[in-house]
Design a protein around this ligand. Structure first.
Ligand SMILES: *[C@@H]1O[C@H](CO)[C@@H](O)[C@H](O)[C@H]1NC(C)=O
Ligand SMILES: *[C@@H]1O[C@H](CO)[C@@H](O)[C@H](O)[C@H]1NC(C)=O
Length: 169
């Protein structure tokens, strides 16, 4: 599915319950997506990481990319908080041309810039992020902070049930 403004307002209502630190990009390991698939292990004590599109901060991304980064969880449930510090991709209503996928959720255009998206991430699983572009229109791309938070506080707040805006797989 593609994430749009309507279902994002649901996320906003609940974000206040998460403690998201204000952190600066310089302090974290940065991963730039490239033709070689990247695998990163994260647990509740891991520092946040930075994800960047190819050429980010230097030039626009290229045509015909299809690159992945896979995050592997450890032994405790996490909430992965994706903070879109910069986000500028070619726009199409269903993100058919250029897109960043967080699992199956496609993001494109610029509306998500400056926003945060929390995803439930169960233990011993993989979370795949994919960036794909078509053969035309190149844009500056994205820089996203991914902060692994313990999921306990979210779980407690909802009396033993996870809030439904956090998708699990
Ligand atoms: C992109 O790569 C994924 C695997 O990472 C593959 O399943 C998919 O078919 C590829 N898409 C294109 C358009 O090449
Ligand atoms: C890639 O994109 C640029 C800018 O949109 C375009 O001018 C160029 O022809 C494209 N290159 C290829 C190989 O498709």
């Amino acid at each position: 599915m593609s994430v749009n403004r309507q279902n994002f307002t649901l996320l906003l209502a609940i974000l206040g319950t998460l403690t998201v630190g204000s952190v600066t990009a310089q302090n974290f390991a940065a991963y730039t997506l490239n033709p070689v698939p990247i695998i990163v292990n994260l647990d509740a004590t891991s520092p946040a990481i930075i994800l960047q599109s190819p050429n980010f901060g230097i030039a626009n991304y290229e045509n015909l990319s299809n690159y992945t980064l896979t995050i592997r969880s450890g032994s405790v449930p996490l909430v992965l908080v994706f903070s879109f510090r910069h986000f500028n991709l070619e726009y199409e209503q269903s993100c058919l041309y250029d897109a960043l996928y967080l699992r199956e959720d496609a993001f494109c255009g610029t509306w998500a810039a400056g926003r945060e998206f929390p995803y439930l991430f169960l233990p011993q699983r993989e979370f795949t992020i994919r960036f794909k572009t078509d053969e035309s229109v190149r844009r500056p791309g994205f820089q996203i902070l991914v902060d692994p938070e313990p999921a306990d506080n979210v779980y407690d707040d909802y009396n033993g049930d996870y809030p439904n805006y956090l998708f699990s797989n």
